[in-house]
Design a binder for this molecule. Sequence first.
Ligand SMILES: Nc1ncnc2c1ncn2[C@@H]1O[C@H](COP(=O)(O)OP(=O)(O)O)[C@@H](O)[C@H]1O
Ligand SMILES: O=C(OP(=O)(O)O)[C@H](O)COP(=O)(O)O
Length: 399
Amino acid sequence: MPSFKTLDDLNDITGKRVLVRVDLNVPVKDGKVTDTTRIERVAPTITELADKGAKVILLAHFGRPKGGPEAEFSLSIVAPSVEAVLDRRVHFASDCIGDAAAKAVAGLENGEVLLLENTRFHKGEEKNDPDFVRALAANGDIYVNDAFSAAHRAHASTEGLAHLLPAYAGRTMQAELEALEKGLGQPKRPVVAIVGGAKVSSKIDLLKNLVKKVDGLVIGGGMANTFLAAKGINVGKSLCEHDLADTAREIMAEAAKAGCEIVLPVDGVVAREFKAGAANEVVAIDKIPADAMVLDVGPASIKAVNAWIGKAETLVWNGPLGAFEIEPFDTATVSAANHAAEETKAGKLVSVAGGGDTVSALNHAGVADDFSYVSTAGGAFLEWMEGKPLPGVDVLSAK
Ligand SMILES: Nc1ncnc2c1ncn2[C@@H]1O[C@H](COP(=O)(O)OP(=O)(O)O)[C@@H](O)[C@H]1O
Ligand SMILES: O=C(OP(=O)(O)O)[C@H](O)COP(=O)(O)O
C-alpha cells in the first residue's frame, strides 16, 4: 500500500479552502445522470470536510472536451445530482479559474460546497501546465485527491496541484487502493480479464502488460472490433480504430508468448442504427454486413465468455461487452454479469469490476452488490493491475 497523508492528518480546517479533486465523469443520457455511483463514492470525503467547517471546492473533469467550453460537457448537468446525493446545497461557478471561480470561492461560508466548471475546458489541465496549476491553486489552501479513477492521468488537477499545496488522499482514494490490494494483490489463478467498452485508444496499450498477468483475456465491445479488424475481418461500420491494428497484433503476439488465451467474439449482433430496439440480427463474425455495426457479442461468444468465468478463480472486468445502454444490445453484458454474480455468491470466484460505464452496466443488470468489489475506476484500475505507477497516487505518496 502506498503511504500518504489522509483526512485523519488534517487538523483544524475550519474556514480553510480545500480543493477536492473528485471524479464526476458519470454516465448521462438526454441531459440526465443515469448512474450516481461515482458521486456516492466521493460523498463521504466531501461531507467530512464540510462538517469540519472547511470551504469545500470541488474540481472535476467531465467527458473529453477539446480544451475549451462545450455545453454538453458542462458540469452544470451533473451539479443537481451532486446536490441530491449530498443532500446539501452545492454552489456552482462557470469557470474553474479566474474571476468567476475566485468570486464564488470568496462567497463561500464555512462548511459550504462549491463545484467549479469542468477543468478540461482549459488546455492547461491535460498538459499539466504550470500556469494553469497555479491558477487552480490560487483558490485553495489544501488539496485533497479523491479521484482514484482519474489517478492514471498526470493532469493539473490530479497531479500538478499536489506539488503546490499540502496534499492528502480522500476517503475513496484510500478505500479503493485498500480494496484492490485485498482482492487482487495476490489473485488466485486462473485469472480472467474481460475488457470491452469504447475507449480503445486509451486502453489498448495497457493490454500488452495485462496479458502477462492473466490467464485469459476476453475482449468485447468496441475493443474487440479493433482486434478483429487486425486479423483481417471486415467489421463494417462498427466502432473500430483501424490505425491500432499493429498494436492489436503485438498484443496477440505477447499473449501467445505469455501463455494467455485471447478470447475474441465468434459472432456478433449487428444493427444499422445506434438506438434502442433497432432491427438487428446475429451473424458469424466473418459475415458482418458492410453497412452494419456490431453492437453486442452474439450467443456463441456469450457461451465462451461465461465458460471462462466458470473456470476462473478471479475475474477482472472493465468495459461492457456491448452497447448496454440500448436494449437489446445489453444481452451479453447482462448475461456475463449475472454469471459472474452467481459464481461469486457460490464462493467460486473473486470478481472485481470497475469503470464508470461498467458500474452502470452492473447496476443495470442488478448485480453490482453481488460482486466481490466494484471500483469506480476503469483505466486506472487496469493500470494498477498492470503494476504501472499511477501519477495521482505517486505524487501523494511522495509528499
Ligand atoms: N460494440 C460497441 N459499439 C459501440 N459502443 C460500444 C460497444 N460496446 C460497448 N460500447 C460502449 O462502450 C461504452 C463504455 O466504454 P468505456 O468508457 O471504455 O467503459 P468504462 O467507463 O466502464 O471504463 C458504453 O457507453 C458502451 O455503449
Ligand atoms: O471515466 C474515467 O475512466 P474510465 O472510463 O476508464 O472508467 C475517468 O474519469 C477518466 O476519464 P478519461 O479516460 O477521459 O481520462
